[in-house]
Design a protein around this ligand. Structure first.
Ligand SMILES: *Cc1c(COP(=O)(O)O)cnc(C)c1O
Length: 393
């Protein structure tokens, strides 16, 4: 299994758990127990029930006839935009909160950048009656007022991170500090396939329901379980690994990653990690990320708040090294146009993150007989202001 973690949490040369001494005991416990807990029958039963009745799974695999005609290939959209709360993130927060419950924790701490993960976390905390503290950069709190309001309505406490640039990095630092100080009753709920082992693998397993469903749905619609291509956008990599998971070891399935190219790769106004990243340790694992000459993470930029992360999860660094996926930097303007096209062609308003994946149809030639599955990670309601000011509606 080339694309699964080893006992130490490494994907080849990447991953691991580079954490402060104070976190060793709690993360060590998690590393030992997570797979056993996830595989227990009652855990699976409770998770499957919630995914079905609360999240609304299985999400449709929609044959996009108009897009298919336009691009002369077979395009399917995996409709994660139809999940409760509007994106795939809830698949993971459901899994992790059930795990936290089994570990006897009653408080959840999380960090959020744009607020989407904060909302998905606050949602499941409300559902499970758990206390929820979300750290958010003070600047992000100003920029993302609707999501802050959602979190508060859902009963979460939003704590501003006041240091440094007052964005995601500072929120991560403060959330970790809080966890170190409250290890006994608190669980740290990470929102993407990043962080120290076992988080990348744990998040991948919880999101893998996406590709599990794709296989079943393709078998029904096409008589075979595997597509020729799976396309997804990557911020930290959770929706993409969910869509890729059950195809990772089958190299007849081509995997395509759409990164936030931003405004300019040369000027480093970008989030295209695979193009400008270097090896180092970010958020507790070894991976590629954008860094200065001292190895400090640089501020990433993308028009999409969910993609402007300076690195990606260790699995992607490994896939890049082995050539398992093809990586594209999708520029802001290309993504915005692809998002608008989906509205006009199919009557679906996508999240700007997902628009990056859709833009691959303009950047890469597919054959008429190819089956191309694009993971539509989220819906565009949250992005209306952004679309509006971009297109002057
Ligand atoms: C958060 C988010 C992303 C990016 O995160 P990943 O972990 O890379 O999936 C992509 N799409 C949507 C809709 C999101 O909310």
């Amino acid at each position: 299994m080339k694309y699964q973690v080893d006992q130490n949490g490494f994907y080849g040369n990447y991953g691991g758990a580079f954490i402060p001494e104070a976190l060793q005991p709690i993360i060590g416990q998690l590393q030992k127990e997570y797979i056993d807990i996830i595989n227990q029958a009652d855990f699976q039963a409770e998770m499957q029930q919630l995914l079905k009745d609360y999240v609304g799974r299985p999400t449709p695999l929609y044959f996009a006839e108009n897009l298919s005609k336009k691009y002369n290939t077979k395009v399917y959209l995996k409709r994660e935009d139809l999940c409760h709360t509007g994106a795939h993130k809830i698949n993971n927060t459901i899994g992790q909160i059930l795990l936290a419950k089994r570990l006897g924790k009653h408080k959840i701490v999380a960090e959020t950048g744009a607020g989407q993960h904060g909302v998905a976390t606050a949602t499941v905390c409300a559902l499970m009656g758990m206390e929820c503290i979300v750290f958010m950069g003070a600047l992000d709190i100003e920029r993302q007022a609707p999501n802050v309001a959602r979190m508060k309505m859902l009963g979460a406490e939003v704590r501003p991170a006041m240091s440094g640039a007052k964005t995601l990095k500072e929120a991560v630092d403060e959330a970790l500090l809080y966890w170190i100080e409250n290890p006994d009753d608190t669980f740290y709920l990470i929102g993407s396939a990043v962080g120290p082992h076992p988080y990348p693998d744990m998040v991948s397993r919880f999101q893998s329901v996406i590709s599990e469903e794709i296989r079943k749905q393709l078998l029904e619609k096409e008589g075979r379980e595997t597509p020729d291509y799976v396309v997804a956008c990557v911020g930290g990599g959770s929706n993409a690994v969910g869509a890729f998971y059950h195809f990772l070891e089958d190299e007849t399935v081509n995997l395509v990653v759409a990164e936030g190219g931003g405004r300019s790769i040369e000027e480093l106004e970008t989030a295209a990690t695979s193009f400008v990243g270097k090896d180092g340790v970010l958020h507790g694992s070894k991976t590629l990320f954008m860094q200065d000459e001292n190895g400090e993470p640089l501020e990433a930029y993308s028009i999409s708040a969910g993609l402007d992360y300076p690195g990606f999860g260790p699995l992607y660094s490994h896939m890049k090294e082995l050539g398992r996926a093809e990586f594209f930097a999708v520029m802001d303007n290309e993504a915005m146009q692809a998002g608008l096209n989906l509205c006009k062609d199919e009557g679906i308003i996508p999240a700007i993150e997902s628009s990056h994946a859709l833009a691959i149809l303009d950047k890469k030639q597919f054959k008429e007989t190819d089956i191309v599955v694009i993971n539509l990670s989220g819906r565009g309601d949250k992005d209306l202001d952004n679309y509006r000011s971009y297109f002057n509606f």
